[in-house]
Design a protein around this ligand. Structure first.
Ligand SMILES: O=C(O)CCC(=O)C(=O)O
Length: 277
């Protein structure tokens, strides 16, 4: 799936620019499902709550299918190896004119994973461009390791505590990840990135899937859950998660709630989070 040159590029730059991975039809289907289940407006009988946007693959069969997409996993395997878990997933839905933005940050700050081998596959379900607030990355920034963050409380910040890099950056070096629907980019957990508000007239939808090799563990006392999507888990660092059989089922809702409660409990004691002021 990836050439050796692309793999080298990922390790050198900390990200891979968008590549067309999903076909037009499947992209349209995932976009419709994502808006139906995780969108801002209640229009039908879907069990809808804000947390649907976090780990939707435990609630919705279409999302469970997406995190197991063979072509995405082929690329992920080239970057982190054959035994792959989904640790987390976020639907990044930016409504037109809402002013929501993502501050400069590193994902590693709030995940508490060691070693730092987690990779995010960011899937564009709509166009993602400068007008609607695409992701922007600082190439090579992952090589300087974990940086200090502070909490910047702002209702419009799309990170739970408004985690923002404490130091100033050379923003002129930022690269805009310009994507067509169905494109996927990959970024390293220490990559410094952000995204600006959506100033277009359309909603921007992306899904960020956090993949880790099974050897990676979580650093806090709380035992977390994760989903094996390829290969074998010979480490058992995480409790296995069930795949949803039906949308809105009580087992599915319970498994999702359990996973999120553990994740939020663990977040409080991640060393990088405790140091953020
Ligand atoms: O979608 C966005 O605007 C931000 C995405 C992001 O921060 C991430 O995937 O880690």
């Amino acid at each position: 799936m990836l050439t050796q040159a692309q793999i080298d590029q990922y390790h050198a730059d900390g990200f891979l620019p968008g590549m067309p991975i999903l076909g037009a039809e499947e992209t349209a289907r995932y976009r419709a499902e994502c808006l139906r289940c995780c969108g801002p407006v209640v229009t039908d009988g879907v069990h809808r709550q804000p947390s649907n946007r976090v780990k939707p693959f435990l609630l919705f069969p279409w999302a469970a299918e997406l995190v197991r997409h063979e072509r995405i996993l082929d690329a992920v395997e080239a970057l982190i190896g054959t035994d792959i878990l989904v640790f987390h997933t976020t639907v990044w839905l930016k409504e037109a004119g809402a002013g929501n933005f993502v501050p400069w940050h590193q994902d590693a700050t709030y995940f508490g994973l060691q070693p730092h081998e987690h990779v995010t596959a960011w899937i564009a379900l709509t166009p993602s461009n400068l007008e609607n607030g695409c992701v922007q990355v600082l190439p090579g920034s992952h090589r300087a390791g974990q940086r200090a963050h502070r909490d910047e409380r702002d209702q419009r910040a799309m990170l739970s505590r408004g985690q923002t890099l404490a130091e100033s950056l050379d923003e002129a070096a930022a690269v805009d990840l310009l994507l067509a629907p169905g494109d996927v980019t990959f970024h390293h957990t220490l990559m410094v990135h952000r995204s600006a508000p959506n100033r277009s007239r359309e909603t921007r939808v992306g899904i960020g899937i956090s993949y880790i090799p099974a050897r990676v563990r979580h650093v806090t006392e709380t035992r977390l859950s994760a989903t094996l999507v390829r290969g074998e888990d010979r480490y058992g660092h995480f409790d296995p998660e069930p795949s949803p059989r039906e949308e809105g089922g009580s087992d599915e809702i319970a498994a999702h709630a359990d996973s999120l409660v553990r994740f939020h409990r663990a977040s409080e004691s991640i060393p990088e989070m405790a140091r953020a002021h």
